[in-house]
Design a protein around this ligand. Sequence first.
Ligand code: DQA
Length: 146
Amino acid sequence: MKISVINGPNLNMLGIREPGIYGNTNYNTLCEMIKAHCADKGVEVTLYQSNHEGCLVDEIQNGYGEVDGIVINPGAYTHTSIAILDAVKAVGIPTVEVHISEVDKREDFRQISYIRLAAKKTISGHGIMGYIEAIDYLIENYGEGK
Ligand code: DQA
């Protein structure tokens, strides 16, 4: 099984940006944690981060025919991007939406999620462990609906 983990804008600033909301763990440590977990589960993983909407669309499309699941935290594009929603719909790859913070309890504008319309599951407010939960969900549901 292959999983693609995609992070959107400002997630490369983890550990620096608003630690009261996003915690003290930096992006590299998050990547190492994800790699170790996937190795443990016998799953191949690719990690990608970009601050640019079109690059995130490209990376979702790159997964077509290549990966069995996507874990994505689109950052602020969650609340604005129909292009990212359409990319996930286009590739038809089971996708889990992750947010480190509890977006539903924050500002009104964060309560709109376009990608949620195409996601199999949304994990929000569980900190960086949300990525691990998302990976485990994809592993548990691998092959469903095939
Ligand atoms: C976020 C929540 C978004 O509203 C915000 O723009 C982010 C991170 C989260 O992980 O909690 O960049 O997706």
